[in-house]
Design a binder for this molecule. Structure first.
Ligand code: FBP
Length: 697
């Protein structure tokens, strides 16, 4: 090139500025790593102690009492700061400890800060203490795969997302053999304490491990983690002990930022409906928070579908009509279409819709299939040496097995979990959906909703019904009155003459709706001829044809899945602070001899100054639930409470956010995740609403 010095790529790569901008460590990462999370007041004392809180009561399950005798009488413990403890307390608190920590289940932003908090507190109490990270989740415990955490490792991940430092996995320590191997690992490492950062199943595991190692004096502490937000804890009187797990806020904010960008794209390009499936295996907490953050046009919460009652159907039917209770997929598609048709009438053939990942769990017919198939697969696996998916690798072979079950139930006439009716209904579903319902369950026996293309099934039904509505002349795109006038006047036609012929609401509304009887060029021609606007065989004026064509909507969608991206996002300031304080809480529990407790922060729904680190006893929270076709002791998953202020507020605003009226949409832009800066919100909207809505503040 003339005037330019010749260069080689080696020369370019040597330039410091080029090295800086191509470095793996971005400026944002540098700032994040240097950020020091705020700590709860109690942690400004050099030592902490535990104070039993007897005011919190739990309904204890008989089975939990029998299986977890060593930890069933644990109480809620408040962490309190002490400045000058006596010598024996100080000695015990500061003794050298060996602590192991593991991540279990899906990643959640903030996990590294739990490790950082624990590491800082343990090293502050005694620099000789060692912290081991178990690699790749619970497998690391079973197989004794560890890494000793160092200052530089911990510093490299402070305030950063993912679980990259030690990775994670979904293995469950659920057999005697795995339990024995885990115990052996803890003994070999000389662990004083094991910390399990995980969801409901993992904390259940933590309780069983705590019991198993009770006699050996190895403490086990759980830390509630899941982006799904379904691990919440209340006592028997409804007092909130853990309002949400860490990771929820960051995932919700990450999804919301992306979805709000779609809102602005959609209202600029005005041609797509963006269908956004939002993670949350069962509960719709994330979908609700995203709805509140973005004001998307249509939002659905799985839990409300299960509660749905079709009043019209009840009025019409003379006898009890059970099908009126709960929503079917078909009915849901009708509700969606109603919103789409209403927006189209206001000239908006575009929008953004939020569908929770776990929505199928709340749809009557699908829920029944999931439960039945879970049981069939679990029963098969427990009565055979191999497993269902290995023995029946293809959909055809699986279908054949189900057919055999149905046949057997008919021939023997006895009760069977799978009968001919189930088989017929199942075979009516599209193949990819059948395949989805038969996918391999995860290690906990959970149906893997993230693998099923829920939105595809739903959108198939929506599309079919919109076509029907189009044929009935109901799905029309409203034409702005001013545009109609301008177009006709430009063509030398009288808008007031053609208006009443073409539209149902001419002169009455800003957006004009073409009459339902005008559904094609043919019917338009007939209508014009009937009203004497054109002679028989005369061509339709081009301007009129143009207006008609504009009124025919085409339904175009873009489908998105928000899940893994948000799960791996960097934490919000809320999650940075929350998770770091959880890490500090873990150490306080360990240093004070607790076991079978879950570290938590009470009042995260309130202002930071009111946060209270506590220990929650896990065993008293456990109850029997059907898992993998068997009654099992587990922690209850919290669903969206339809009476909660957060849900009620979202519901109250839905009509406004649908914006099926002329004028701007009501989208909200939450902005990207930040961990510093004045404009960063200090907690999830759901928590603020539930807190303010339930109090007199
Ligand atoms: P955890 O409950 O383990 O935190 O995981 C939740 C989740 O992110 C769900 O929202 C989602 O359905 C699931 O994990 C996906 O799991 P996988 O990593 O196995 O695809």
């Amino acid at each position: 090139m003339p005037g330019k010095e010749p260069f080689t790529i080696e020369d370019i790569l040597k330039k410091p500025q080029i090295q800086k901008i191509t470095d793996d460590v971005s400026a944002d990462m540098v700032e994040r790593r240097a950020y020091m999370p705020a700590v709860c007041r109690v942690f400004s004392s050099p030592y902490t102690t535990l104070k039993e809180q007897n005011q919190y009561k739990f309904d204890i399950d008989k089975e939990a009492r029998a299986l977890l005798p060593g930890i069933i009488n644990n109480k809620v413990q408040a962490i309190a700061g002490i400045d000058s403890p006596d010598e024996s307390f100080r000695e015990n608190y500061c003794k050298k400890r060996i602590i192991g920590i593991v991540f279990s289940g899906g990643p959640a932003p903030g996990g590294h800060n739990v490790i950082a908090g624990l590491y800082d507190a343990a090293k502050k109490a005694n620099p000789e203490s060692k912290i081991y990270g178990f690699l790749l989740g619970p497998d690391g415990i079973i197989e004794n795969e560890t890494v000793e955490l160092t200052e530089s490792m911990v510093n490299a991940y402070r305030n950063l997302g993912g679980f990259g430092m030690i990775k994670t996995g979904r293995t469950k320590i659920d057999t005697k053999a795995k339990m024995a191997l885990s115990k052996e690992t803890c003994r070999r490492l000389g662990l004083n304490a094991l910390v399990i950062v995980g969801g409901d199943d993992s904390n259940t595991n933590a309780a069983f491990l705590a019991q198993e190692m009770f006699e050996d004096g190895i403490q086990v502490i759980g830390v509630p983690k899941t982006i799904d937000g379904d691990l919440q804890v209340r006592d028997a009187d409804g007092n909130v002990l853990c309002a949400i797990s860490f990771g929820f806020h960051s995932a919700a904010r990450s999804f919301s930022n992306d979805i709000s960008n779609l809102c602005s794209d959609s209202s600029s390009d005005v041609k797509y409906w963006h269908i956004c499936k939002v993670m949350g295996r069962v509960a719709s907490h994330l979908a609700l928070e995203v709805e509140l953050q973005t004001h998307a046009n249509l939002g659905f919460i799985g839990e409300e579908l299960a509660d749905y009652i079709d009043e019209e159907r009840i009025k019409k039917s003379k006898e009890i009509d059970y099908t009126a209770y709960g929503m079917t997929l078909r009915h849901l598609s009708r509700v969606i279409c109603k919103g789409i048709v209403r927006r189209a009438a206001a000239g908006k053939n575009y929008g953004v819709m939020i569908v929770p990942e776990g929505i199928l769990e709340f749809i009557n017919e699908i829920e029944v299939f999931i439960i039945k198939l879970n049981t069939i697969i679990a029963e098969y696996n427990s009565s055979h040496d191999t497993d269902f998916h290995t023995d029946f690798p293809t959909l055809e072979e699986k279908q054949e097995y189900l057919r055999r079950l149905a046949r057997r139930s008919r021939e023997e006439g006895s009760f069977s979990i799978w009968n001919t009716r189930d088989d017929d209904l199942f075979n009516d579903l599209p193949e990819f959906f059948q395949e989805g319902l038969l996918t391999e369950r995860d290690a906990h026996g959970n149906f893997q909703f993230s693998l099923v293309e829920t939105e595809k099934v739903l959108m198939g039904l929506v599309r079919d019904y919109l076509d029907e509505l189009k044929e009935q002349g109901v799905y029309k795109l409203g034409i702005e009155d001013a545009y109609y006038r301008k177009t006709l006047e430009k063509a030398g036609l009288d808008p007031d003459f053609f208006g009443p012929i073409l539209f149902t609401n001419y002169g009455k509304e800003k957006y004009l709706i073409v009459k339902p009887t005008i559904m094609s060029i043919k019917t338009l021609e007939q209508e014009l001829a009937k009203k004497g606007a054109i002679r028989k065989d005369e061509k339709i004026p081009a301007a009129i044809e143009k207006i008609y064509k504009k009124s025919v909507p085409s339904f175009k969608t873009q489908i998105h899945f928000y899940g893994y991206d948000g799960r791996g996002s960097d934490p919000t300031r809320f999650d940075c602070n929350y998770a770091y304080n959880l890490g500090l809480t873990v150490f306080s529990l360990i240093a004070n001899g607790a076991t079978g407790q879950m570290a938590a922060i009470k009042n995260v729904e309130k202002n930071f100054s009111r946060w209270e680190p506590i220990g929650i006893p896990i065993a008293p929270l456990m109850h029997l639930e059907e898992r993998k076709g068997k009654l099992t002791l587990v922690l209850e998953r919290a669903l969206v409470d339809l009476n909660s202020p957060a849900f009620q507020v979202a519901k109250a605003f839905r009509e406004k956010w649908l914006a099926a009226t002329p004028g701007e949409d009501r989208f909200r832009r939450p902005g990207p995740i930040r961990f510093a800066g004045k404009s960063e919100e200090d907690r999830p909207i759901t928590l603020v609403l539930n807190d303010l809505g339930g109090s007199s503040e």
